[in-house]
Design a protein around this ligand. Structure first.
Ligand SMILES: Cc1cc2nc3c(=O)[nH]c(=O)nc-3n(C[C@H](O)[C@H](O)[C@H](O)COP(=O)(O)OP(=O)(O)OC[C@H]3O[C@@H](n4cnc5c(N)ncnc54)[C@H](O)[C@@H]3O)c2cc1C
Length: 382
């Protein structure tokens, strides 16, 4: 029997397993169950940004600054421990692109300034300052620059973490999905996997990415997909910042560029050919960086993420009426920003009873009825 069974080996589930172990839970009491392989979900991306201020609002509300500081150190510490090039420290440039509401961005920035931690450096650049410092960028009305941020090899850091957890002795069961679970008379959960095996556990933690709706169909969630592509830059162009506007560009540790992202609603897989992905991302990025037209396409990737559209914040914490079942999910496009800190907060609460989960991310912020589980998957609820 296990004390904690974690369903899903994406960044969230793995960061949570690590946080449990750091709090003193013995490795043999932790089980990680993964349907496909580690980083099979959206944490397998070929590149991602730890962006201190993703999205349109540039105001940091409760928990945001803590999550950013935690994630920044967490990623750098893993890179240092493993001696692997998981990330590159770069600023993020947010150019004012006319149809994105430059005025709104400026206003949001001015209101946000007082909410930023001392460690976050921000600059409001005029058009001429942008032209001087970033000559390869298309002319803009100006831009905001934030640092430090990280260009992260997302899939690699996720797989590296999985290897480390296995080496510590955490039990992993990979290749078979959790299909159903049933509460037993002994106040434990019996987990039934796709290969017909069963595991008994006290706690269950769902970190299943975009599949949240299969287990909790009444949750007010949106699922959106997107594609990324890697390009080899043309000779002579050295880009010294990430760029985020209508699309984004990440110069990664290998010296290539990751361009993103296309966008569609729904859970369906990408139906585009590689050529279509390369060409649509080129068109998106060329508005900011014409040099992408000469860049050589290398590979593409797509992913799907779950979003709680009301606030685009994750769900962290226990589930009403399901004893010892917790949630760590709906990270939207901010998995790197909110994932490691949320995992640490959930572990603090579950292991030591610390009231660490921020109310803005707590599962309780939606009505208990939204957490009604799929009865075909969760049976025998007391
Ligand atoms: C195109 C795109 C670009 C993005 N860019 C960024 C970015 O720049 N910065 C950023 O911070 N975030 C970004 N994100 C978001 C980020 O990728 C996610 O928020 C984050 O990876 C979610 O991590 P997770 O561990 O919750 O889910 P996932 O990584 O999806 O992991 C869930 C895991 O659960 C497994 N699973 C599901 N059901 C079961 C089951 N029944 N049994 C066992 N296992 C199961 C899956 O196989 C999967 O491995 C992007 C997402 C997309 C799609």
């Amino acid at each position: 029997m296990f004390s904690y069974s974690i369903i899903g080996a994406g960044l969230a589930g793995l960061a949570f397993a690590e946080a449990l172990h750091k709090r003193g839970v013995p490795a043999e009491q932790i089980l990680l169950i993964e349907e496909t392989q580690p980083a099979a979900g959206s944490s397998g991306a070929i590149g991602a940004m730890l962006n201190p201020l993703p999205g349109r609002s540039l105001i940091m509300k409760g928990g945001h600054a803590e999550a950013y500081a935690y994630a920044y150190h967490w990623i750098l510490q893993h890179a240092q421990e493993d001696g692997r090039a998981y990330c590159r420290t770069l600023p993020i440039l947010r150019p004012f692109v006319e149809d994105l509401g430059a005025e709104q961005m400026q206003q949001s920035f001015l209101r946000g300034l007082s909410t930023y931690p001392a460690t976050l450096h921000s600059e409001n650049l005029s058009a001429s300052q942008v032209a001087e410092r970033f000559p390869w960028l298309t002319q803009t009305d100006g831009a905001l620059l934030f640092s430090p941020a990280l260009a992260v090899n997302y899939g690699e850091i996720t797989c590296g973490l999985f290897e480390k957890l296995e080496a510590k002795g955490i039990r992993t069961q990979v290749g078979h999905a959790l299909q159903t679970m049933q509460y037993t008379q002994d106040n434990t959960w019996c987990l039934r996997l796709a290969d017909g095996t069963e595991q008994i556990t006290k706690h269950v933690i769902f970190s299943i990415g975009a599949d949240l709706d299969l287990w909790f169909p009444d949750l007010p969630l949106q699922t959106t997909g997107g594609e990324l592509a890697e390009f080899r830059p043309p000779a002579g162009i050295e880009i010294n910042t990430m760029i985020s506007a209508a699309g984004y560009l990440i110069p990664n540790t290998a010296g290539t560029w990751i361009a993103g992202a296309t966008f569609w609603h729904g859970k369906k897989a990408s139906t585009s050919t590689q050529e279509e992905i390369f060409s649509s991302l080129r068109a998106k990025i060329a508005r900011m960086l014409p040099a992408i037209e000469e860049a050589e396409p290398i590979r593409s990737w797509f992913g799907v993420r779950a979003i709680h559209p009301a606030d685009r914040l994750p769900f962290v914490g226990p589930l009403p009426e399901l004893p010892n079942v917790s949630m760590l999910g709906a990270f939207s496009s901010k998995g790197l920003l909110w994932g490691p800190w949320s995992a640490a907060c959930l572990a603090a609460w579950l292991v030591d009873g610390e009231n660490a989960i921020h109310p803005r991310t707590h599962t309780q912020r939606v009505p208990a009825s939204a957490w009604k589980p799929s009865t075909t998957r969760i049976l025998g609820v007391p």
